[in-house]
Design a protein around this ligand. Structure first.
Ligand code: FCB
Length: 446
């Protein structure tokens, strides 16, 4: 790899994780049950019956993990806070041990010179709130704001970057419509109600976060966005691509940045979604500081006759990751420049990008994951191009710091810069991690 990579001074290089995927200790320290505990304990939901019960045992091993982050030269670490560790039943009594855990983690990060970026909701809703309807119950939006208040009162003096939600599209549609994520429902009305309440909760939470973390704090939300292309220039395929863009990208970007849902999608969902309450759209489009973008692959669409959306996604030739996702780095450039053109966020972070490959430790104790290194390198080049084109991209978080529980795939997909031996909890920095430590230290590649 010869091409030079240079990023603007102050560009933030980090790595990301999420509580349920790494912490384990599912019942330790007073934690309550989450919907992912319940879902993974339900027979047949997760490949090979895996659960997050132990995961990477980060709850106990976090000092070791912070030391590894230092080895990687990370400037920043994006992690999520488990709501049921803070409030075991979602509201009411606060669990002091839960707050203490994150308090110590944040102090450990700061002592190591690593900036904490905290996500408040990365999918582990307290089960007690699911029993009340979960995100389909509008009250949950208010309980989320109360939880944001409690956490930011304690940590707002030290955490300067807050992300309300991770990928509300996945929460609402994979959890409530497609049934493959917790809580595992298959009901479009529920999904649409959930997606609206997730956005309302984002707007509500901005207020306590701002009050507790102060005017210098930066508040954002992370969306899973995809670069969408029509499979051909036939008008049917172009319309299918337009619907896919509406469903995944504009359904969240339009309310957040324009205070309205896209008309074409409202027409498609006609009769399935309740009218928003009077003040909702103003609440949802309250100003916030940065957009977090999670990008993995593109979506090539053609018209189909089946399903509500009438879209088929077309498998492309060429390189794919272990998830079956096409490697398409140019999509990152296309997506970032498009978001900038249409929505003009003040600041953007790539809050996740990375690849799963079937890694193994060789006889010398090394993990030679050249394909991951190439994947990241090619995406960094596209990020650099986007910056040159005027996109206010300020940081990049690789998914993931370490191998972890990949939702319905269990431990069968490895995304880490660090390899985890789940039997021993031994950690090994992969070749890609060693390479990334040069990028973080040189702010690119000399
Ligand atoms: C994203 C999730 C993250 C991880 C990656 C592979 O959708 O936010 O937790 O599972 O995909």
């Amino acid at each position: 790899m010869t091409q030079h990579l240079t990023f603007p001074p102050g560009f933030v290089w980090g790595a990301a994780t999420a509580s349920y995927q790494i912490e384990g200790a599912w019942q330790a320290g007073g934690k309550g049950e989450s919907i992912w505990d319940r879902f993974s304990h339900t027979h047949g939901k997760i490949e090979d019956g895996h659960t997050g019960d132990a995961a990477c045992d980060h709850y106990h091993l976090w000092p070791r993990d912070v030391a590894l982050m230092q080895d990687l030269g990370l400037h920043a670490y994006r992690f999520s806070i488990a709501w049921p560790r803070i409030l075991p039943t979602g509201r009411g009594a606060v669990n002091a041990a839960g707050l203490d855990f994150y308090d110590q983690l944040v102090d450990g990060l700061l002592a190591a010179g690593i900036q904490p970026y905290a996500t408040l909701y990365h999918w582990d809703l307290p089960q007690a709130l699911q029993d009340l309807g979960g995100w389909t119950n509008r009250d949950v939006a208010h309980w989320f704001a109360d939880y944001a208040d409690i956490v930011s009162r304690r940590l707002g003096d030290r955490i300067q970057h807050w992300i309300t939600h991770n990928e509300p599209w996945v929460v609402a549609f994979m959890g409530e419509w497609l049934g493959v994520h917790a809580p595992g429902n298959r009901d479009l009305r529920r999904a649409l109600a959930a997606s609206h309440h997730l956005l309302v909760s984002h707007g509500l939470a901005l207020e306590p976060l701002r009050a507790n973390a102060g005017p210098a704090a930066r508040l954002g939300i992370t969306l899973n966005l995809t670069a969408v292309y029509p499979a051909s220039d036939r008008s049917g395929d172009e319309a299918a691509a337009q619907r896919q863009d509406g469903f995944i990208n504009r359904w969240f970007l339009d309310p957040l940045y324009r205070g309205r849902y896209p008309d074409d999608m409202l027409a498609l969902f006609e009769g399935q979604m309740a009218e928003p309450q009077a003040n909702d759209m103003a609440l949802i489009s309250r100003p916030f500081d940065f957009l977090g973008v999670n990008y993995y692959t593109r979506s090539v669409c053609k018209a189909a006759r089946n399903g509500l959306l009438q879209i088929d996604t077309v498998q492309q030739p060429g390189e794919h990751t272990e998830m079956g996702w096409e490697v398409y780095p140019e999509g990152l450039y296309d997506l970032l420049t498009r978001v900038q053109r249409d929505y003009a966020p003040a600041s953007i972070y790539i809050t996740e990008n990375g690849a799963a490959y079937a890694d193994t430790v060789n006889g010398e104790g090394q993990v030679r994951d050249t394909r991951r290194e190439v994947y990241l390198y090619e995406h960094f080049i596209q990020a650099q191009r986007a910056i040159a084109a005027g996109v206010p991209l300020h940081g990049y978080f690789v998914w993931s710091l370490m191998d972890n529980f990949e939702w319905s795939f269990g431990y069968n997909k490895r995304f880490g810069l660090i390899y985890i031996d789940y039997a021993t909890q031994a950690r090994t920095i992969k070749q890609s991690g060693l390479w990334y430590s040069q990028v973080t230290r040189q702010n690119g590649l000399a």
